[in-house]
Design a protein around this ligand. Structure first.
Ligand SMILES: *Cc1c(COP(=O)(O)O)cnc(C)c1O
Length: 472
């Protein structure tokens, strides 16, 4: 006997569908589905995964415990789970064109952040040194983020991190400065990876800097792994010792993380002796039993399925379209007088600089959200405070999954421009304070144009298919 949450003691059968067992939760999910269907999803880290991946996620694999690695488990009954995990490992290598002689992969990390923490645990001693791109410059929290007053990410609590930055003039990574700082700081590990950066990374330059100071080089390709698999962004594998990734951003799989590590010969010493890599056991043991318990087998299956899809011609076309759409979005915004950080894009990200428009990132984000366009505020190089960012990060992966092409992005540019023009009118009435901006936007005066714009966006977005499992 169980309660349905309303306290009237209704019964449920184990085979009853969600709609019947928990109508309250079911309704919330339907509302979210409708939000996804009728909005323009431009958060650069999001995507809509396929029905096949969602089916894997909803499968019986969820029920199984399988601590350990395939063939070496702490629980019985894992013959099929072993098959799933081995398949996922093999496809991860295949999707990125890697040989098992030179590379291995751990597919168990629960997500991108735990994958990164596992790498540091494996190869950097406690309070050892790491260097990553600073968060306000486009890096990720897990690359060691801290502020003047607070060690924000656990990666800055348990390891000593020294950020590198963008050159404020060019807004590109300041490799010269990174080299100079690395020589002084002598990190054990350098991280090449970004969450908000519209340009390709120069992995060769990172490699030279890492070699210069004797550091390991890790690429965190969380944002671009789909582009890399399709060959439309440079691959980090040739030049890095370790590569981590999420699986749910451009790669469009289940939410999880991957860690690729080198195998074989690392270098040849002065006496001609080969020095092997020692990453495999350390990384595997850091994931389990170091940090995690039982693998999420349903997620591993969802990743395996996505990695199969990532090897198809359709996927290559998809990623090519993601980049073409981002270029069109960038060109459209520039044509309307907007400023882009770095002036354009090589990948799926467009980084809008709102300085000089009278708007802030928060105001832009709020108005776009009111117009059913989802994106996020982001600092731009030169921002004084990370708390009041001046930019917006826009991405094309999710809308491209729904079938939007360049011409559709002309319409999207039109909607974004209308929303930001409206935001300027709101600021003219409210002044700069965010509370006043919110109040005026919610009030009578702008109700009509805001509702009209939202209606246009929703009607447009609603035309495009949304992959998924039927009504949920
Ligand atoms: C998104 C992201 C992560 C973390 O992924 P989660 O799955 O959200 O934990 C790590 N690194 C980079 C560069 C990212 O963009």
């Amino acid at each position: 006997m169980a309660s349905n949450g309303k306290g009237d003691g209704a019964h449920f059968a184990l085979d009853d569908p969600l709609k019947k067992v928990d109508p309250q939760l079911y309704e919330i999910i339907l509302k979210e589905k409708s939000r996804q269907r009728h909005g323009l999803e431009m958060i650069a880290s999001e995507n809509f995964t396929s029905a096949a991946v969602l089916q894997s996620l909803g499968s019986c694999l969820h029920n199984k415990y399988s601590e350990g690695l395939p063939g070496a488990r702490y629980y019985g009954g894992n013959e099929h789970i072993d098959e799933v995990e081995r398949l996922c490992q093999q496809r991860a290598l295949d999707a990125f064109g890697l040989s098992s002689e030179r590379w291995g992969v751990n597919v168990q990390p629960y997500s991108g952040s735990p994958a990164n923490f596992a790498v540091y645990t494996a190869v950097v001693e406690p309070h050892g040194r790491i260097m990553g791109l600073d968060l306000p410059d486009g890096g990720h929290l897990t690359h060691g983020f801290f502020t003047q007053t607070k060690k924000v990410s656990a990666t800055s609590i348990f390891f000593e991190s020294m950020p590198y930055k963008l050159n404020p003039e060019t807004a590109e990574i300041d490799y010269d400065k990174l080299q100079e700082t690395a020589r002084l700081f002598k990190p054990r590990l350098i991280i090449a990876g970004v969450s908000c950066y519209p340009r390709d990374l120069d992995y060769a330059r990172f490699r030279r800097i890492a070699d210069d100071v004797g550091a390991l080089l890790m690429a965190d390709m969380a944002h671009v792994s789909g582009l890399v698999a399709a060959g439309v962004a440079p691959s980090p594998f040739e030049l890095c010792d370790i590569v981590t990734s999420t699986t749910h951003k451009t790669l469009r799989g289940a939410r999880a993380g991957l860690i690729f590590f080198r195998r074989g010969v690392r270098s040849v010493d002065r006496t001609g002796k080969e020095v092997p890599y020692d990453l495999e056991d350390r990384i595997n043991q850091a994931v389990f039993p170091g940090l995690q318990g039982g693998p999420h087998n349903h997620a591993i299956a969802g990743v395996a399925c996505a990695l199969l899809q990532a090897q198809t011609p359709e996927f290559k076309l998809y990623q090519t379209q993601v980049v073409a759409n981002a270029r069109r979005l960038a060109a459209g915004l520039k044509a309307r007088g907007y400023t882009l950080v770095t002036g354009g894009t090589d990948n799926h990200i467009v980084w809008l600089d709102l300085r000089g428009t009278g708007l802030t990132g928060a105001k832009g984000e709020l108005l776009l959200e009111a117009a059913a366009i989802a994106c996020n505020k982001n600092t731009v190089p030169g921002d004084k405070s990370a708390l009041n960012p001046s930019g917006l990060r826009l991405g094309t992966p999710a809308l491209t999954t729904r079938g939007l092409t360049e011409e559709h992005f002309d319409t999207v540019v039109d909607f974004i421009d209308k929303a930001l023009q409206l935001a300027k009118q709101v600021v003219a009435v409210s002044g700069v304070k965010m509370v006043d901006f919110r109040r005026v936007l919610a009030g009578e005066q702008f109700a009509e144009p805001a509702t009209k714009l939202r209606g246009e966006v929703e009607a447009f977005a609603g035309q495009f298919p949304l992959p998924g499992l039927g009504e949920l």
